[in-house]
Every structure is written in structure tokens, then in C-alpha cells.
Design a protein around this ligand. Structure first.
Ligand code: TYD
Length: 229
């Protein structure tokens, strides 16, 4: 059975991952390469409801309840969308996956790592990323982008100390020691998300080409079928 590939876009808020995921999706479409696009939390009826609770609940959520809601959303998305797409041999582009839980709930909220990892193993049913692109942007550029996005949600409002812990955790995920101790994360590659979107996208394509030369070679846009105008 052929298996597709799971490519995850990760990083703190305002790092540009959603823009880059959109550019990659458009690039794949222009080359006739089948793919599925997902984002967390969300993507199923349960996940969309969890997203509303996670981002909009006034007055806060207990950190354990928060972690388990993210993982309930993930379990539903893996079962209904990600695993079936991978089994069909399709490329899956994910806007966040469980490294966000490791950064926001373990490092940010301070939940115990081994318990969160076990719960995540249950949620993902062993579906690991084939490649994670981890976006980093200097703090001032990120803050300017975040400010341009309008009203912050519940997690964006969590404060500088929280977001500092999240950012340091993402940086730690790049270390070979961390990756060796967390094989479920798969390979994690840094992407410099600074500058204009086209320059960043060139870096994204270079990272993908390094991992999968066949994807980089998927050169020209699909030609129109003969006889069609
Ligand atoms: P979203 O609007 O999708 O943020 P972004 O555009 O930055 O990706 O909101 C998702 C928020 O949820 C974001 O603040 C990160 C957070 N999050 C967690 O705390 N844990 C998780 O496991 C996931 C997937 C997201």
C-alpha cells in the first residue's frame, strides 16, 4: 500500500505558516499534485466545536481540559481525514499538529510531559509527520504581523511569559538531542520566516526538495490536455 506524506507547518503565532501553507497548496495545485489541507484545531464537526471552545471561552479553561480538547480535535481529524488521506497516498499539509501541544501545553502551561505525550500517542494513533517545517521570525516582525491580525484570541492573550516559553520550546525542538528523544515528532527543519512571502516560499521549496527530490522536480505547471483550449 502506498502511503502519502504528512507535512506539518509549525511555529509561534505570526510566523507566517498559514500564508506559506497556502502558497504551497497553490503550487501543488498548479502542478496537478493531489493534496489535502487541514488545520488544528478543527477540520471535523467535533474539531470545529473544540476550536470554538478553545479560542473563545471567556474566563479561561483549566489547562488539562484545554490539552484534552486539543487532543480530542486531533484524534477526530486523524481518524476522519489525515489517516484516510495518507492511506490513499495523498499529500497532507497540516497547519499545526502535536508540536504545538508540546510547545503550548507542556512548555507554556507547564503540564507534565510524559502524561501529555501519552495522551497524544492515543490521539494520533501513531500517525507521525514525515516532515515538520518550523517557522521562526524575529519577535518585532512577528508582533507587527500579529497586531495586523485584529483581536487576539484566548491563547494569543496568554501573556508574554507564556509566549516566551512557547517560543523557547519551539527552538528546542530543533536540537538533535531533543529529536532523538522524541522520535514520534519525525524530522523537524527550521525555516527562516523573515522577509517577504515569496522569499520565504523559496526556502520552503528548498527544504521540501532536500527531503524529497521528486517533489522539487515537479517542475512546470501541468500543461493543458491536448486538444483543449
Ligand atoms: P489559530 O487561529 O489557528 O492560530 P495560528 O494562526 O497562530 O495557527 O489558533 C490556534 C491556537 O491554538 C494557537 O494559539 C496555538 C494554539 N494551539 C495550542 O495551544 N495547542 C495545540 O495543540 C494546537 C494545535 C494549537
Amino acid at each position: 500500500m502506498s502511503r502519502g506524506r504528512l507535512i506539518v507547518f509549525e511555529g509561534p503565532e505570526g510566523a507566517g505558516k498559514t500564508t506559506q501553507l497556502g502558497l504551497l497548496a497553490a503550487w501543488l495545485t498548479s502542478r496537478g499534485i493531489d493534496h489535502v489541507r487541514v488545520r488544528e484545531p478543527g477540520g471535523t464537526a467535533l474539531g470545529d466545536e473544540a476550536r470554538r471552545l478553545l479560542l473563545d471561552t471567556p474566563g479561561g479553561l483549566d489547562p488539562r481540559a484545554e490539552a484534552l480538547l486539543f487532543m480530542a480535535s486531533r484524534a477526530a481529524l486523524v481518524a476522519a481525514v489525515i489517516a484516510p488521506a495518507l492511506e490513499r497516498g495523498t499529500l497532507v499539509l497540516a497547519d499545526r499538529y502535536f508540536l504545538s501541544t508540546y510547545a503550548y501545553q507542556i512548555a507554556g502551561r507547564g503540564l507534565p510531559e510524559s502524561e501529555v505525550r501519552s495522551a497524544n500517542a492515543l490521539a494520533t494513533a501513531g500517525v507521525s509527520p514525515d516532515l515538520t517545517l518550523l517557522f521562526a521570525v524575529p519577535a518585532p516582525e512577528r508582533a507587527a504581523r500579529a497586531a495586523a491580525r485584529g483581536l487576539p484570541d484566548r491563547i494569543e492573550r496568554a501573556g508574554d511569559a507564556f509566549h516566551g516559553r512557547v517560543e523557547r520550546a519551539f527552538a528546542m525542538f530543533l536540537s538533535p538531542n531533543w529529536q532523538a528523544a522524541h522520535p514520534e515528532a519525525g524530522p523537524v527543519r527550521p525555516i527562516d520566516g523573515g522577509g517577504d512571502a515569496e522569499s520565504v516560499f523559496a526556502r520552503v521549496r528548498a527544504a521540501l526538495g532536500e527531503r524529497w527530490p521528486d517533489l522539487a522536480m515537479a517542475g512546470a505547471p501541468a500543461a493543458p490536455a491536448p486538444g483543449r483550449r
